[in-house]
Design a protein around this ligand. Structure first.
Ligand code: DQA
Length: 152
């Protein structure tokens, strides 16, 4: 059987940063009770229903996230949904990777960093993102993906 081509298809990468593998048990009062697996399954199902390819990845390692962004360009990803987690406030290299590949992205945070410690207010990503979604819990990912699917 001929391999299904994704060329020209909508292809979305959902990228989760450090510690988001612990969602569900990590500070549930702040980040909610949905596990990363539940969130990813929901997003993949929404992508499939829309006839798009949604791939989800998480890493606790900054360099691996940079690699994933660079690979996304080679793989023809047309949009990224990104929660950089703690790297939001520190990562020049992940910012540079996104600028290098030029793939449009939405920045998602489960919590509202502006309502937390002052140092969480600075993001290395917000000014280069198409948009930002803060504080809506895991729903933020669904909304970002819905935007991506409507756009790409
Ligand atoms: C987060 C907010 C960050 O400040 C924090 O370091 C995280 C999660 C969020 O989704 O609310 O790890 O990105």
């Amino acid at each position: 059987m001929k391999k299904k081509s994704t060329a020209g298809a909508r292809s979305v990468l959902v990228l989760h940063g450090p510690n988001l593998n612990l969602l569900g048990s990590r500070e549930p009062g702040i980040y909610g009770r949905d596990t990363l697996g539940e969130i990813n399954r929901r997003l993949i199902a929404a992508g499939t229903a829309a006839g798009a390819v949604v791939r989800c990845a998480q890493s606790n390692h900054e360099g691996k996230l940079v690699d994933a962004v660079q690979r996304a360009k080679r793989d023809g990803v047309t949009f990224i949904v990104l929660n950089p987690a703690g790297l939001t406030h520190t990562s020049v290299v992940l910012r540079d990777a996104l600028l290098a590949v030029g793939i449009p992205f939405v920045e998602v945070h489960l919590s509202n960093p502006h309502a937390r410690e002052p140092w969480r207010r600075h993001s290395y990503f917000s000014d280069i993102a198409v948009g930002t979604i803060f504080g809506l819990g895991s729903r933020g990912y669904d909304l970002a993906l819905a935007y991506a699917l409507g756009r790409t």
